[in-house]
Design a protein around this ligand. Structure first.
Ligand code: SF4
Length: 476
């Protein structure tokens, strides 16, 4: 008995096999090929779709786009690794018809066409819509933080700069004092110890100057922080850690857990991003109204009201915050508002009427109270530590009341949110190994995430429908 053996490496084969034979009919690489061939790359915004009339011929954008989609689908994202794969990976040799672009050409293609990748993501989303993969009834919105090419040590806030400058001043004062003492002790000014100290002082002054310039920059621009390697990235909380990165927002349709739309921002918190993320998704799904669920990090009165106006029916739990909650007093939602009487009923059953008007951000704010009732109230110790309790109502609070009613009618929707959004983020971070971006700058990072979201959708759609249906759709 012998083992199964291959051909001798030096043996000439009588009939060379075609590359096509190495790629099975159900190989996703065939779908990538057909999908990109069906795109209008010029309309999507890719440069050099028409070859130049003169000079050295360049690679067709379609070929480089296929290379990137294949790479992201197979966890190969760096241009150097993609170049290497072009030489040894039979699927890529098939996909690129033996083309072997160098890593610089590959990297430049992603950088030069950064705005066009979102259009490719959109084109695939529209294909999913045609294939009825969206339920178009419920969107879950969520955000995650992905690390940027910027170390934490190269990110500064006003606070950290103030601290560094203060520490530098203290050390400078100490060095100067030691320098004076050194001069006196060494008698001959400019001795070795003194020279050493003078150098340290020079270096520290230089460093302090750089901190000072950064602080002035922050004051001039009104920004809160400055990142030196990737200036667009920001320090933001990712679970229990703070990392310098970007905030990724996705709107996911509940039916197949496909990403309908996505955006990358450097806003540190999710608050205020609900409408911005969900509205383009509603437009893509082409529905007038759609339910949207998000976690309490998105709770912002103006945003909830804006969502309703835009046909998005938000379901966002109200975070329990404020002094009443921290002091253990009756929560605001324990006071019932009656729009007809324009009054609140408090837990003791008294009516609270408007007492003053004010402003919060851009919204009018009305305080309601009944000081007389509070004075004699047996529940006062559970309600306030002041002489009376005032409850505020904001301009758009009717939208919050309607949202509370929706949540009361469908409390299970919050559990569905977790199940819907955890799938894409889990896949992207674990399976696709997208723990950090490779490029710098908001626009380039957006291009990167468009590719990530595209291949997440592509893999999922292929899993749900299979190659035959997907190929049929892309050829239609
Ligand atoms: S303290 Fe005032 S607002 Fe609070 S329960 Fe008593 S009467 Fe109502």
């Amino acid at each position: 008995m012998t083992h199964i053996s291959g051909f001798e490496r030096s043996q000439l084969l009588l009939l060379p096999e075609a590359i096509d034979d190495y790629v099975g009919l159900d190989n996703p690489v065939r779908f990538i090929d057909a999908f990109v061939d069906g795109l209008d790359l010029g309309k999507a915004g890719f440069a050099r779709v028409e070859p130049k009339a003169t000079g050295r011929p360049g690679y067709a954008p379609g070929d480089l786009l296929k290379l990137y989609i294949y790479g992201y689908l197979n966890r190969v994202r760096s241009s150097r690794r993609l170049e290497a794969e072009c030489y040894r990976n039979i699927e890529l040799i098939w996909l690129l018809r033996t083309l072997k672009p160098d890593f610089k050409t590959i990297a430049d293609f992603r950088a030069d066409n950064r705005a066009a990748f979102k259009a490719v993501f959109r084109a695939f989303t529209l294909l999913c819509k045609r294939l009825d993969l969206f339920g178009r009834e419920l969107l879950a919105v969520d955000g995650t933080r992905i690390k940027a090419v910027n170390n934490k040590d190269r990110n500064f806030t006003r606070n950290s700069l103030d601290k560094f400058i203060k520490a530098a001043d203290e050390r400078l004062a100490d060095y100067l004092e030691r320098l004076d003492q050194g001069d006196a002790a060494e008698k001959t000014p400019g001795g070795a110890r003194v020279k050493n100290l003078a150098e340290k002082i020079e270096a520290l002054r230089d460093k302090r100057g750089r901190y000072d310039a950064m602080l002035k920059d922050l004051e001039r621009t009104g920004e809160d922080q400055i990142s030196l390697t990737d200036p667009d990235s920001r320090a933001m909380a990712a679970h229990t850690r703070v990392a310098v990165g970007y905030n990724i927002q996705i709107a996911v349709d509940a039916k197949s857990k496909l990403i309908v739309d996505q955006q990358v921002t450097n806003q540190v918190v999710d608050m205020g991003l609900l409408q911005e993320t969900a509205e383009p998704a509603r437009e893509i799904l082409d529905v007038e109204k759609i339910d949207v669920v998000a976690d309490k990090g998105y709770f912002r009165t103006e945003d909830i009201a804006a969502c309703e106006k835009a046909g998005l029916m938000p379901h966002v739990p109200k975070p329990q915050r404020g002094s009443s909650v921290s002091n253990g007093f009756f929560r605001k939602d324990e006071f019932r508002y009656d729009p007809e009487r324009d009054a609140y009923t408090c837990p003791a059953g008294h009516e609270l009427k408007p007492i003053r008007h004010g402003k919060l951000r851009e919204m009018t704010k009305i305080d309601y109270a009944n000081a007389e009732a509070c004075r004699a109230c047996p529940l006062r110790s559970r309600c306030t530590d002041a002489s009376y309790r005032a409850v505020s109502r904001l301009e758009h609070e009717d939208a919050l009341d309607r949202m509370a009613a929706r949540l009361k009618a469908r409390p299970e929707i919050l559990d569905r949110r977790r199940e819907i959004v955890e799938h894409p983020f889990g896949m992207i971070k674990q399976w696709m190994n997208q723990g950090a971006f490779l490029t710098r700058g908001l626009e380039k990072v957006r291009a990167e995430f468009s590719l990530t979201a595209l291949v997440y959708n592509l893999r999922r759609a292929l899993n749900i429908l299979g190659m035959d249906k997907m190929m049929e759709a892309v050829r239609a």
